[in-house]
Design a protein around this ligand. Structure first.
Ligand SMILES: C[S@@+](CC[C@H](N)C(=O)[O-])C[C@H]1O[C@@H](n2cnc3c(N)ncnc32)[C@H](O)[C@@H]1O
Length: 304
């Protein structure tokens, strides 16, 4: 855990500038960034019934932010953010970069240049659960999270001790291996390794792998659910909860310098982590403040 002020903070400003404005001694334990993806549109809000959220069109609400099509411009914006983030990461910290196939491969090369290949921990494929619309190719139904340590992949904190960090055994494995029942009727299997016998219960599942299909984006994107704010590209709280549970413990500091509707900050607060949030869009800041205020989360707000 790093020595930083106990106050949560939210800034309106450019990500690199906000990050570098933090006191030098302050170290971040998890940084999550969900930047624009090079979609080539303006992203708009849904605030009143009848308005449409997402890519701007005639029925859209207020503009939230611009997601330009130029991948080079996106990378030129991101590279200094990577440098600033690395500068402020603690030795056990993890950096999660969330993008999609439009620019993630080039972003990986740019991030490797800043962090070094030894710092690349791995990637997660997340399927938001939207159907394919592809007519000329397989539709893009997944997004990618690149994970970096500060220096060396072996140093990044990683925990596996929460049910959210487990997944069900494969159905073939269930049929083939979990044939025993204990006194309470729970199916299990036993394996012997080096003369020692280990018991695995079916209902405890196995360690979570790198393909996440169990967190639908819909929960964050419909006015029917409490967490939906109407902000375009809002991510589900469960996705951030899984990341924060894997990469941090209570009291750690979590940062999101492109926080949009404030998902990372709301989840960090709920899990007892401290946060630094930021976004360049005044609309994002307005939505985030409303969300944090409604949840009774204390924070200081500043213009960067
Ligand atoms: C994909 S959205 C983030 C959505 C967020 N994860 C959520 O759950 O609501 C990307 C955000 O990056 C912000 N942004 C884009 N460029 C930025 C920059 N240079 N500095 C800070 N924020 C930026 C946009 O305003 C937008 O809110």
């Amino acid at each position: 855990m790093s020595a930083i002020p106990p106050t949560n903070r939210l800034f309106r400003g450019e990500a690199a500038q906000v990050c570098l404005a933090l006191p030098e001694a302050e170290k971040l334990d998890v940084v999550y960034l969900d930047p624009p993806y090079a979609v080539g549109t303006t992203m708009a809000m849904r605030e009143t019934p009848g308005e449409a959220r997402g890519r701007k069109h005639a029925a859209s609400g207020r503009d939230a932010y611009v997601d330009g099509a130029n991948v080079d411009a996106l990378l030129a914006m991101l590279a200094p953010v990577f440098v600033a983030v690395r500068e402020r990461m603690s030795d056990e910290a993890s950096f999660y970069l969330h993008m999609d196939a439009r620019a993630v491969h080039e972003a990986k090369v740019a991030a490797d240049r800043v962090f070094g290949r030894r710092a690349f921990v791995g990637e997660v494929i997340w399927t938001p659960g939207n159907g394919s619309r592809g007519a000329r190719a397989f539709g893009m139904t997944h997004q990618t999270l690149l994970i970096y340590a500060r220096n060396d992949r072996k140093t990044a904190r990683f925990r596996v001790d929460h049910p959210l960090l487990r997944e069900p055994f494969a159905s073939t494995s269930m049929k083939m291996h979990f044939k025993n029942l204990d006194a309470d009727g729970r199916p299990y299997r036993e394996r012997s390794v080096n003369g020692k016998t280990y018991r695995y219960y079916a209902d405890e599942g196995r360690r979570l792998g790198s393909v996440w299909t169990d967190i639908p984006a819909m929960v964050a994107n419909t006015p029917l659910r409490k967490e939906g704010t109407g902000y375009p590209t809002q991510k589900p709280e469960l996705l951030l909860e899984r990341i924060l549970r894997a990469a941090s413990v209570a009291g750690d500091s979590v940062a999101d310098f492109m926080c949009g509707s404030g998902t990372t900050l709301a989840v960090a607060a709920r899990l007892g982590r401290r946060f630094v949030g930021g976004d360049a869009s005044p609309v994002a800041i307005e939505v985030t403040r409303k969300r944090l205020d409604a949840a009774g989360v204390p924070y200081a707000f500043m213009e960067a």
